[in-house]
Write a protein that binds this ligand. Structure first.
Ligand code: ZN
Length: 137
């Protein structure tokens, strides 16, 4: 299966080989670096250079490494949005937490919501999707 991840602003490809590559900066700080995320939803492995450590509980500003647009959602506080495109060219909004250590992912398309992660209750109420159209993975 070829799943692609795109920047919501420039639609540049963020997944290279086996990782989603994003630029991250700790809020209210100048500490920043590249973050490699696992493209598998529900896998919260984050890989960084040893000089840049993601600190649990801290908020991060994520930007596109191609166009430098802000990926943190303006609509949903504490969530970051990127686009997923699947084999059938269907597009989804993928949301995850900007707060390091929070394990939650929301995959949204056409009023359907797939929810992953043990911390998903934190932001469940952002999404106006009826309970019967929600899938917990
Ligand atoms: Zn971009």
């Amino acid at each position: 299966m070829a799943i692609h991840y795109l920047c919501k602003a420039c639609r540049g490809h963020l997944k290279v080989k086996t990782s989603i590559v994003l630029s991250a900066q700790k809020k209210k700080s100048t500490i920043r670096g590249l973050v490699f995320l696992d493209p598998e939803l529900g896998n919260y492995t984050k890989t960084t250079h040893p000089s840049f450590t993601i600190e649990p509980g801290e908020e991060y500003i994520y930007t596109c490494p191609i166009c430098h647009s802000l990926l943190n959602s303006a609509k949903y506080e504490h969530l970051v949005r990127i686009i997923m495109v699947d084999d059938d060219n269907k597009e989804y909004d993928i949301y995850f937490s900007e707060i390091a250590g929070e394990k939650c992912t929301y995959k949204l398309s056409d009023g359907e919501l797939e929810i992953t992660g043990k911390d998903s209750k934190l932001y469940n109420n952002y999404f106006d999707v009826p309970e019967e159209d929600r899938k917990y993975l």
